[in-house]
Each structure stands twice: as C-alpha cells, then as structure tokens.
Design a protein around this ligand. Structure first.
Ligand code: RB5
Length: 153
C-alpha cells in the first residue's frame, strides 16, 4: 500500500511522527508537504493529497491540520474520496469497517501523538466490512454522479 500524506503548519510535527511510524510498518509514503512551520493554507495541501486518491494514483491518504476539520471539508469535495476525521480508536475502526475510509484525517491540536499512533495502526489494519455498507457507499457514488451531471448543465 502507498500512502500520500499532507498537512498544514499546524500538522507538521504530527506528520513527521506519522511518517516515521509508516516507515517502521514498511509502508511507502509520499509527502505532499508542507515542509516547514511557515503559515500555509490547508486547502492547498488537502487538494494535493485528495487529487492523488480521487484519481486512483494512490490508494490512500493522510491529512493533518489543527483540528482536522478544514482538511475534512476539502478532501470530501473530491469524487471517490471518503475522508474520515478520527479523534479516537473507535472512529478509526468504524471509518474503515463501515465507510471504507481512504483518507485518514487527524487534528494535531486535538489528539496527542500516542493516540494518533493507535488510530493509524487501526486505520491501516482494519478491512472494510462490505455487505450493507457497500450499498450505502454505492449511494454516495450515485450522489457524486448526479452532482457531476448537474454541474454540466
Ligand atoms: C490553522 O490555524 C488552522 O485553522 C488549521 O490547521 C485547521 O485547524 C483548520 O481547520
């Protein structure tokens, strides 16, 4: 599995921790920035990772900002992206089991690095449950198609 990772200035430190954990797990990580503590705008980095996942170029992504809220708003604009903001192990597990999360969003000002590590491990290891949840995800795809058609009118 390849993972695209991105953050704003508020998420930089946690992004470095997450990259080290992914390296230990033997997972290839592509870093889409930001690279330093200078104040930046989260939509710029959210867009880069979301495009990579939405296009199918990369299977999964991780986005980190202060609360995780801004990155969630951005990522879920992209067709096929199922970004889940996880603040604890339950949301990490459910996001995979029921929502087939393909972008994990973390709030660096909300959770500490130990909880982030637990969330990451669960999000990586938990499979999608399928069955009735597949039908629900299919309905989300239909909504995306309808919105796309409407935008063309
Ligand atoms: C940056 O100060 C902060 O607004 C951003 O990291 C994020 O929390 C936005 O949702």
């Amino acid at each position: 599995m390849k993972i695209a990772i991105g953050c704003d200035h508020a998420g930089l430190e946690l992004k470095e921790n997450i990259k080290a954990l992914l390296l230990n797990l033997g997972i290839e990580t592509l870093d889409y920035g930001t690279e330093d503590n200078c104040s930046v705008d989260y939509p710029d980095y959210g867009e880069r990772v979301s495009v990579a996942v939405s296009s199918g170029e990369i299977e999964r992504g991780i986005l980190i900002c202060g609360t995780g809220l801004g990155m969630s708003i951005v990522a879920n604009k992209f067709p096929g992206v199922r970004a889940t903001l996880c603040h604890n192990t339950l949301t990490a597990r459910m996001g995979r089991l029921h929502n087939d999360s393909n972008i994990l969003v973390l709030g660096a000002r909300i959770i500490d690095k130990e909880i982030a590590a637990e969330i990451l491990k669960i999000w990586i290891e938990t499979p999608f449950e399928g069955r009735r949840h597949s039908r629900r995800l299919e309905k989300i795809s239909i909504i995306e198609t309808k919105l796309n058609e409407r935008n063309k009118e």
